[in-house]
Write a protein that binds this ligand. Sequence first.
Ligand code: SF4
Length: 419
Amino acid sequence: MKHVDEWREPKLLRALADRIAREATRPWTLLEVCGGQTHAFVRFGLLDLLPPTITMIHGPGCPVCVTPLEVLEHARRIALRPEVILCTYGDMLRVPGVHGDLLSARSEGADVRIVSSPLEALDVARRSPERAVVFLAVGFETTAPATAALIELADREALTNLHVLSAHVRVPPALDALFASNSVDVDVDVNVDVDVDVEAHANANVDVDANVDVDASTNASTSTSDTTPTDPNTPCIDGLLAAGHVCTIEGTDVYAPLAERFGIPIVVTGFEPVDLLRGVLACVRRLERGEAGVENAYARIVRPEGNPLARAAVERVFSVADVPWRGFGVLPGGGLAIRERFAAHDATRRFALRGSVGADEPIREPTSCRAADVLRGRLRPLDCPELGRRCTPETPLGAPMVSSEGACAAYFSRRSAHA
Ligand code: SF4
């Protein structure tokens, strides 16, 4: 990529939208997984560019949003201990919890510090050996390697005062749950086609066919599923735009079981406007041909094998665990727990957290916020009656209005810009 403007070129975007309109012969509903993609769709007006045949559903790809109330309450209780310094990303401070957010805990005397990287927490631990430093680690597969590096470094330096409260989650189990409630299982035979034939030369004069042509020599040969919804509130989703940054770490094969089980096309997609419309076009082409499978439309960044070094670091430090997601409940394999080998750096062990929240009083999502429905694609943020009324970035009722990747925040910004 030479200049970011090349990926936002209006003429090319219009040409891509026209191509999508010509090739979509019937309505298709696509899900984009990542909150960063949602923000780009909204911020750059791509939803207005798409033809009426294409409906985009926003997915659960906002790690702050899916962090459950239990974890937030754990973090707040830990932060209020006088010996603790709690470090976390800025987005986490305003997320409403059961008894307030971390910002209010700070006003009650808690030492809560914002960090932009896990290694800043390491510095805090080095400089404060008399305090227990807890890093609240939130994020998908993309940020887990940095947390793994933090734990390994703390272990190497014998920094016994550094602990991690892991809220790392894995995307495929959530998508599996979403599609399981969205469609019936189909018996399909899907070949995974990892396409690398998307050249990155976006400029106004370029021939659109050359730019948007995705590999037509696919081996995938199955029909897409007959999506009969098993949950009447969940929209039927025909195809998926997978988050490119997750695949940067995990590779493209991570989505193959999903494509196979549900007989859907999954297109690994980037985050710039041109990336997104190319992803939509690739997905539409597969749907029109009746082809399931995985396709890489972000080949300038994503390699089929992902990043083996980063995956190895995560594997050394974490094991796959069943964890709760907001809106989904406990997802089998939905998150990462710190291995026994690094127990000294595990905040759940250091502070004996297991079962400590919810035992004294049940944890319930507030009825005023419908974040769970937003995360499952059942409610468009604009249809939430609280958006822009009682719920704003200054007075958020739920995480999707707080996080920089939250769908509600995206729509609020867009609405404000046009007010
Ligand atoms: S607009 Fe606010 S209240 Fe409505 S779902 Fe989003 S975060 Fe919750």
